[in-house]
Design a protein. Structure first.
Length: 204
């Protein structure tokens, strides 16, 4: 990683993902997790306070050295055992059919290979396992979509590979997941950045 990706992007992530509007979105999804949890793109560990007593262990995957250091510090304050791994979502160092719940919050927008990531999530989930998500992405309004498509190439370079135009519910459905419940809305702020979708999905 270069200077921008290693030094600047983590600071941006801490600021954007730590906003109170974003934390309210996390609180809608993370408490649904049960059993052994795999969290993709753990960042600085902001989800950890939202896990409930039904969680037995959290395994977090975070490729950024700086954010992983923050997550390790947060793990020491967590109410359940937490492991933080240096890995990417496309190659998970986790045994197959061993995860009860996958949690992904504002991270699917940044994975390089969506198909490989979804294949890995299918591999590690137990039969009946559930994926819980909250993501920003492709908006429903065509005027906003035009802005997203215009800004996306520059935004990806500026924001650590984040895609403005990724349609997460469609990605899940095309990857073998069935959506159980999905809600969506614009958060306050620029609409091109703030169309949020959240819910849960299970393997077909």
């Amino acid at each position: 990683m270069g200077f921008w990706e290693e030094r600047v992007v983590p600071q941006m992530v801490r600021w954007a993902c730590g906003h109170e509007n974003v934390d309210r979105q996390r609180a809608k999804v993370v408490p649904r997790a049960r059993g052994r949890v795999l969290e993709i793109g753990m960042g600085s560990g902001l989800n950890l306070p939202h896990y409930g007593a039904a969680v037995s262990e959290v395994i977090g995957v975070e490729p950024s050295t700086r954010l992983r250091s923050d997550a390790l510090a947060a793990a020491g304050r967590a109410a359940m055992p937490v492991r933080v791994l240096d890995a990417v979502a496309e190659r998970l160092p986790v045994e197959g059919a061993s995860i009860d719940s996958v949690v992904v919050t504002y991270a699917l927008c940044t994975v390089d290979d969506v198909a490989a990531t979804m294949a890995e999530l299918r591999r590690v989930l137990v039969p009946g396992g559930v994926l819980h998500f909250v993501e920003h992405g492709l908006a429903p309004d065509e005027a906003v979509r035009r802005r997203q498509r215009l800004f996306d190439p520059v935004w990806r370079r500026f924001a650590g590979g984040c895609h403005l135009t990724r349609d997460v519910p469609t990605v899940l459905e095309e990857s073998g997941f069935e959506l159980d419940d999905v809600d969506s809305m614009y958060l306050p702020g620029p609409r091109a950045l703030n169309w949020n979708t959240w819910g849960s999905a299970h393997l077909r």
